[in-house]
Design a binder for this molecule. Sequence first.
Ligand code: NAD
Length: 457
Amino acid sequence: MSSIISVYNPATEELIGEVPSHDLAEVDAAVERARKAQSIWARKPIAERRDALWAIADAVIAHSDELALLESTDVGKPLAAARQEVLGVAECFKYYAGIIDKILGDTIPVDGGISMTFREPMGVVAVISPWNFPLPIASWGIAPALACGNAVIVKPAALTPLSTVRLGQIVNELGVVGDALQVLTGSGARVGNALAEHPGVNKVSFTGSTETGRSIIQAASKTMKRVTLELGGKSASVVYNDVDLAKCVQAAPMSVFDNTGQDCCARSRFLVQRGVFDEFVEGFIESTRALKIGNPLDATTNLGPLVSAGHRESVSSFLGEGLNVVTAGEAPEGPGFWMAPRIVIAPDPKSRVATDEIFGPIASVIPFDTEEEAIALANSSIYGLSGSIWTNDVGQALRTARGVESGALSVNSNSSIRMQTPFGGFKQSGIGRGLGQAAIEAYTELKTVFVRTDRDN
Ligand code: NAD
């Protein structure tokens, strides 16, 4: 029998919902249902599967107000941002609906005959998602995995499960995929781990911390499961002397403080060439002070609270003695887990604040002199997820982009994630790539079939 998980609004600390904390028998039952549903789903005509994914996209749009409100009150993110994210979820289902009839193989002439390759479904995929972008990240797993003919069991984070549970109900009511999509709620240590270990699950697509990613690899190794891991980050923005400084400082605050800094792609290290260092710091503080922190349901709000009291404590622990810290902006008094953005000026690049993933509204600004030094500093992290390069010299931009060990970089912009392009991390930021066509490789097994055409053998 399941127990109950209580869910709170981090902006008000009020109880906003309850979901079951599923037990191991329920995990077994869900996997069994998924296995049956997968063979039915994978055999449906291509057009039917395409239309099913498109119908899910339409249903997400039809429920976008409801889903955005749930996401905003559950995570504490501004409603306007939540609405954009929900529309992005619909786009994701449309993108992969469009790919279903374009999952191709190769024809390879070989001695004695012809080989063909096929991309086969893996079977049952567990999508284990984090609390910071619950619906988008769940959909980046669900949509391509379904498109490739798999069944999916989603396990949202216990802190913010409401929108994913509702998505599961909406899809269930549509009746287009049956048990090929199920949502299981509960703790990571129990439900998440059980899915990662389960012999009936073929693949785990996990997004979360690097530490949990290590446990997932261990659990998945028992049955040699396929894994895609999207993990933590400590991304750098490299700002060169020839930058368009006005544009750069205008864009800087939301590149790190968006979602109150609870973003794996947050540019939490600004590496700034010494010629523009002081001007950058001044402009960055000023543009951060212009952000509005407060009620996520107010249309003019830029930053909401942190997700929980425990997380605020963990974020605050980075503000130790001896740091030159500027508080930029004012956080509301409680209730709610508020925290104003902090800018740490020129910390030791080896200090904890400059090396660890904070996952909150704290940014470091670190000076450098040469291009080589900037690349070395950017690469001094165990992570390699995202990052930006700000310069008007195209050669310098491309040399830096090639030198930085990171999965997704942008030049004169803070873009990280596009539906059409691969996304994932170098080093301890992850294994594998999602989104774009790369997700098709991530959710299929490659099969080779040789056909003998020789007359004599
Ligand atoms: P987390 O690792 O604590 O939890 C992520 C998910 O894993 C949750 O659903 C959780 O219940 C589950 N889980 C926890 N322990 C588990 C276990 N032993 N076995 C199986 N599942 C388990 O991460 P979080 O705190 O929810 O999210 C924040 C982290 O996620 C940050 O490190 C952030 O950088 C990372 N993140 C990465 C990306 C990316 O795309 N690379 C995107 C968003 C967040």
